[in-house]
Design a protein around this ligand. Structure first.
Ligand SMILES: NC(=O)c1ccc[n+]([C@@H]2O[C@H](COP(=O)([O-])OP(=O)(O)OC[C@H]3O[C@@H](n4cnc5c(N)ncnc54)[C@H](O)[C@@H]3O)[C@@H](O)[C@H]2O)c1
Length: 384
């Protein structure tokens, strides 16, 4: 007979966009729908969420909608529940560090959204505290588990590129100002005093994408802008956008690779996907998005000749090939949750921990400083 082992997970911030859709619905509830998470010894791990938030009414409605029994507005009560083993945080960024400290002090394993803190000092301190407390810890690095980036990684690992020369990334879309059409992102994202800003939001992602798929980041130069200075919030009230809504970054990677990544909420999409990375190497090139990855080998590379007197002679877009799926890709957030839960229970390998998360905060902090000071900054190695 299969044994079922329950693992209580305090989920804080589940009324938010990420907490609800990706973490509760697409990950934890999806694991329950598939009957639990099978472990190597045949045990089925059964995640039992304990919802935490500020609004009793919203928590109750959410719990009822999904047939869940445990919810509370008190983090301390949730941590004190005898089934609680893991604390998960998807709150607004400024609320995170304090809650993580509380959970570590209560001896709980930690899984958290990025950025782990608003300062590198805070992020490193969390990593230190978790190590001292002997609790297992993980940070969401979802882009690594996207089909498009998994295919890109496959190309890198196969040696397809030869020597990688450069990366150009385009991320972004138009986020409505909130006047004649409502904004599709929360207003705190556009207020620096509330933890908003493109660099703080996206550089943590670019850090692990570059470090893990291409090469470790060694320096950063960033230019940031607030292109839309006034927006309207969820209630329709005008507010001043004090945070950067676009960041133009140049990163030097180990081995001399140059990565340029534009991130903007004030750009209209002329791409196949909302994020795309083009990687050029001596032997071939590829463009990876969320789901797809197309490639061009040197033997299939056209030889364009610059002639402004003629219309384009070739259909360049048609000269690329799709990397096949070759496997079934599950939701990236869920895949990472499963790896983390296995790690908690069985001690299996897992290296996307609070120290890795601190690297993302480091790049964001240096990126913001670079933008302020207008100069390139080295990214030193981090130690605990
Ligand atoms: N991994 C990713 O791809 C990804 C994408 C978007 C956001 N995030 C991260 O997830 C976190 C949440 O972002 P989101 O877009 O879901 O935000 P959101 O505004 O939709 O949700 C925020 C949550 O925090 C709670 N909260 C706690 N204290 C709060 C306070 N003082 N003010 C307002 N809300 C408070 C809210 O109730 C809500 O549940 C952020 O740290 C963000 O950086 C990660």
């Amino acid at each position: 007979m299969t044994t079922r082992r329950t693992i209580g997970i305090v989920m804080n911030g589940v009324t938010g966009r990420m907490g609800y859709r990706q973490h509760l619905l697409r990950s934890i509830l999806a694991i329950r729908e598939q009957g639990g998470l099978p472990l190597e010894d045949g045990t089925l791990l059964w995640p039992e969420p304990i919802l935490v938030g500020r609004s009793e009414a919203r928590l109750r409605a959410l719990a009822e909608r999904h047939g869940l029994e445990r919810w509370t507005t008190s983090l301390d009560d949730a941590l004190a529940d005898p089934i609680t083993e893991v604390y998960f945080d998807a709150q607004v960024t400024p609320a995170r560090e304090k809650a993580l400290r509380t959970a570590i002090a209560a001896g709980k394993h930690i899984y958290t959204e990025k950025p782990t803190a608003e300062s590198l000092e805070g992020a490193l301190d969390l990593a230190r505290l978790a190590r001292e407390a002997g609790v297992r810890n993980g940070v969401v690095q979802d882009k690594l588990f996207l089909p498009g980036l998994l295919k890109l990684k496959r190309l890198v690992d196969s040696g397809f590129f030869g020597r990688i020369l450069s990366v150009r990334g385009e991320f972004g879309y138009w986020v409505f100002e909130g006047d004649w059409q409502s904004a599709q992102r929360p207003s705190w994202n556009y207020r620096a005093e509330d933890g908003g800003g493109m660099i703080l939001d996206m550089f943590p992602h670019w850090r692990y994408v570059l470090d893990e798929i291409v090469a470790p980041v060694r320096s950063v130069y960033a230019h940031s802008s607030t292109h839309i200075p006034e927006r309207r919030d969820e209630q329709g009230a005008a507010y001043r956008a004090t945070a950067d809504d676009a960041a133009y970054g140049i990163f030097e990677l180990e081995g001399g690779v140059v990565a340029q990544i534009n991130s903007s909420w004030a750009v209209r999409v002329d791409r196949d996907e909302l994020v795309e990375f083009q990687v050029d190497g001596t032997e071939g090139s590829a463009v990876a998005g969320l789901r797809n990855c197309r490639y061009q080998h040197r033997v299939g590379t056209p030889k364009p000749v610059w002639n402004p007197d003629l219309a384009a002679t070739e259909d360049f877009r048609s000269q690329w090939h799709q990397v096949p799926d070759n496997e079934v890709f599950d939701n990236g957030f869920k895949v990472q949750w499963e790896l983390f839960l296995r790690h908690v229970v069985t001690g299996s390998d897992y290296h996307w921990d609070l120290l890795e998360g601190a690297k993302g905060v480091q790049l964001a902090e240096l990126g913001m400083r670079s933008a302020r000071e207008g100069r390139r900054l080295d990214v030193p190695a981090l130690e605990l």
